[in-house]
Design a protein around this ligand. Structure first.
Ligand code: SAH
Ligand code: SF4
Ligand code: F3S
Length: 448
């Protein structure tokens, strides 16, 4: 018995992270992992083995929150098995709910907000020493938090934040409240990070920001997003550049021109439209009309004819009528997106739209979502079917999740491609795949 417990103490301390929400959160988790490594922790995929558990949370919709609450509740069991375990709730929900989390879940040791991510090492040390619960949630960020070490999940694709926060205050959205005001990273820091990623063997990078087209606008002398793209485009070792998310209002001609003239920036435009009705767009505070958006798409398609186009749509925003929905359906038929991410409007307290009187009942929202998805799925399939017979350049990412004899990769237009492994392709390599069959969300083919 005794020797066993001594043995357990001698191994490295293990941490387990669970991440919800957007890419920004996934990247934050890599920065949490990076910090823990510096104090001797190693990662584990098994929560049962962990000495430290961090749940990195999202609160953009109620559905995400409910799931996370369930998971935090389940962690109580871990505490009963191992009373010394440290359980932390970090990220957007921690930022929003602060001490409410400690009250509701007394087994939680650490609540850490989005502006405090870089403090993890000192906070863990504090808890290890005192065993008292710690609340670390700053209301506002310093201009820019210091960079911390990163341990990347992948080996081929990497996320690189270029700016934090959001100034847009779309009336439905909680993000500006939990991520603070826009803060851009200096161009030289971003270029240095991407250059190092290239040296480390990464082939694709995705530049992250809630509104990447606002890059640099928070300081007078800063270069803008197009300047940043041009600088990154020059880094030899990187094969592909992606970015997200673009606000349709702010993407400009200089950016479109830069993408057109670049060989590495992928010809995929994710332009969240949210609704196809002008009244709703105005009430959402999106800052554009459907006419403007149509013109923007026409301009992009003229400049880059083979570009793919994807979007986000919210159904059931307060005041949305059947007519508004019909307009949105007509709009998506007219634009013909390659894919759309569709969401049920979720009331977020503290946002203006949560107080709008004419909330749409849940069954109506669900029916509208189904209608929208049916139409979009048909369009996605039609567009993908046109690719059958084509040979497409695919970046090999790794084995398919469901079938280890198949490999998975993406086209420049961000379509997922699966093919039978031949053994000659290497992970991280660009290969040519002939497309044989098309489905709504995937293409299947063979190596050429
Ligand atoms: N900054 C990005 C994405 C933010 S969140 C952008 O502006 O595009 C990602 C998506 O979640 C949004 O595009 C929107 O479609 C959806 N979303 C945000 N708040 C929501 C809410 N309260 N209810 C339902 N969907 C929401
Ligand atoms: Fe939310 Fe709008 Fe900001 Fe996107 S641009 S994060 S939807 S407020
Ligand atoms: Fe969610 Fe926060 Fe991202 S609320 S969508 S994890 S910025």
């Amino acid at each position: 018995m005794e020797s066993k417990s001594v043995e357990q103490k001698q191994g490295p301390k293990l941490f387990y992270t669970e991440t919800y929400g957007c890419q920004m959160n996934l990247n934050d988790s890599e920065r949490l992992a990076g910090q823990l490594r510096t104090i001797g922790y190693e990662g584990t995929e098994n929560a049962d083995q962990a000495d430290l558990i961090l749940i990195n949370t999202c609160c953009v919709r109620e559905s995400a929150e409910k799931k996370i609450h369930g998971r935090i509740g389940e962690m109580k069991r871990r505490k009963l098995v191992n009373p010394n375990i440290i359980i932390g709730v970090v990220g957007c929900m921690a930022q929003k709910d602060k001490d409410k989390i400690l009250k509701k879940f007394p087994h939680v040791n650490l609540v850490m907000g989005t502006h405090n991510i870089h403090q993890l090492v000192e906070l863990v040390a504090q808890i290890e020493k005192s065993r008292e619960p710690v609340l670390a949630v700053w209301d506002q960020a310093e201009r820019l938090a210091p960079d911390v070490p990163t341990v990347r999940k992948g080996q081929i694709s990497a996320w690189v934040p270029i700016m934090y926060g959001c100034n847009n205050f779309c009336t439905y959205c909680i993000v500006p409240y939990v991520r603070g005001r826009e803060r851009s990273r200096p161009l030289d820091d971003i270029v240095a990070e991407v250059r190092q990623l290239g040296i480390d063997g990464f082939k694709e990078i995705t530049l992250l920001g809630q509104n990447v087209n606002s890059y640099g606008k928070d300081s007078e002398s800063q270069p803008d997003f197009a300047d940043l793209l041009q600088a990154i485009d020059k880094i030899d070792t990187i094969a592909r550049i992606r970015y997200m998310t673009s606000h349709p209002r702010d993407i400009n001609d200089k950016v479109i021109e830069t993408i057109k003239n670049s060989k590495k920036i992928c010809e995929h435009f994710h332009l969240p439209v949210q609704s196809g009705n002008d009244e709703i767009l105005e009430r959402m505070n999106r800052g554009y009309t459907t006419a403007y958006y149509r013109q923007l798409v026409a301009k992009i398609r003229e400049a880059i004819p083979n570009a793919s186009l994807t979007t986000d749509l919210i159904v059931g925003f307060p005041g949305e009528s059947e007519e508004h929905v019909i307009e949105t359906l007509e709009f998506i038929k007219n634009i013909r997106y390659d894919a759309a991410y569709t969401f049920l409007y979720s009331q977020r307290s503290g946002t203006p739209a949560a107080k709008y009187p004419d909330q749409v009942p849940l069954p109506t929202k669900k029916a509208r979502l189904n209608q929208l998805m049916d139409i979009q799925n048909e369009i996605s399939l039609e567009i993908n079917k046109k690719l059958v017979g084509n040979i497409l350049e695919v970046l090999v990412e790794g084995p398919s999740k469901n079938d280890e004899n198949k490999l998975m990769g993406r086209t420049r237009t961000n379509k997922i491609v699966l093919w039978e492994k031949t053994g000659t392709e290497k992970i991280g390599e660009l290969v040519n795949i002939q497309i044989d069959t098309a489905q709504t969300w995937v293409l299947k083919g063979r190596l050429i």
